[in-house]
Design a protein around this ligand. Structure first.
Ligand code: ITT
Ligand code: NA
Length: 196
């Protein structure tokens, strides 16, 4: 089977490939689906997966493009947010925008003066999978603490997110997948997918 992962984020792709190793081939597609204005990650992911699947399998997609629509079994979209308790869930659905504009280091600076108990946060991922049958969503989350940046691995907010004494940027992709929001969403997806 060939699954398409609609993402511009190389870190997400690497983790999903690591997770699916051997179970399914994952091809990246940089289709620029509409990111609807919503604070609901599931709605954003589901709409994006549906739109990308429809575009890739449309009649025109079988002409001239590098992907033949009939080869597309399904399309995955991953929408993720970091929710900091003491900031009322910020940056949440705005996480990508905040990473680009404010930066991860300054998100840490916002919380630096707080006690550890006020630096609790969680990551949440919704993976949406669209195919000819419709669209399904799968969630995963993980709770941790915002800390001063440490580690070189991973991407995005990984250096400031600590879980069980290690930041996500101090873990390999496999270690992170074993406990992360994305790993859990991928586990739910692969359980379901195995029965299709
Ligand atoms: P897409 O093309 O897949 O949408 P994106 O980077 O825009 O890629 P999101 O909107 O889902 O994806 O990501 C929200 C932000 O959270 C963005 O800044 C990511 O880099 C970051 N992020 C997502 N997953 C992460 C993870 O596992 N660890 C650290 N940061 C993460
Ligand atoms: Na995005």
């Amino acid at each position: 089977d060939t699954l398409y992962f609609a993402t511009g984020n190389a870190g997400k792709l690497e983790e999903a490939r690591e997770y699916l190793d051997g179970q399914a081939a994952l091809e990246q597609v940089e289709y620029d689906y509409t990111e609807i204005q919503s604070d609901d990650l599931g709605e954003i992911a589901a709409t994006g997966a549906r739109e990308t699947y429809d575009a890739m399998t449309a009649e025109e997609a079988n002409d001239g493009s590098d992907v033949n629509g009939s080869d597309v079994d399904g399309v995955l979209v991953d929408d993720t947010g970091l929710f900091v308790d003491a900031l009322g869930g910020f940056p949440g659905p705005y996480s990508a925008y905040v990473e680009t504009t404010v930066g991860v280091e300054r998100v840490w600076r916002l919380l630096e003066a707080e006690d550890e108990s006020n630096r609790r946060a969680h990551f949440r991922t919704v993976m949406a999978y669209a195919d000819a049958e419709g669209v399904e969503t799968f969630e995963g989350s993980v709770a941790g603490t915002i800390v001063a940046p440490r580690g070189e691995a991973g991407f995005g907010y990984d250096p400031i997110f600590e879980y069980n004494g290690q930041t996500f940027a101090e873990m390999t992709a496999a270690e992170k997948n074993a406990i992360s929001h994305r790993g859990r969403a991928l586990a739910a997806f692969t359980d379901w997918y195995a029965d299709q």
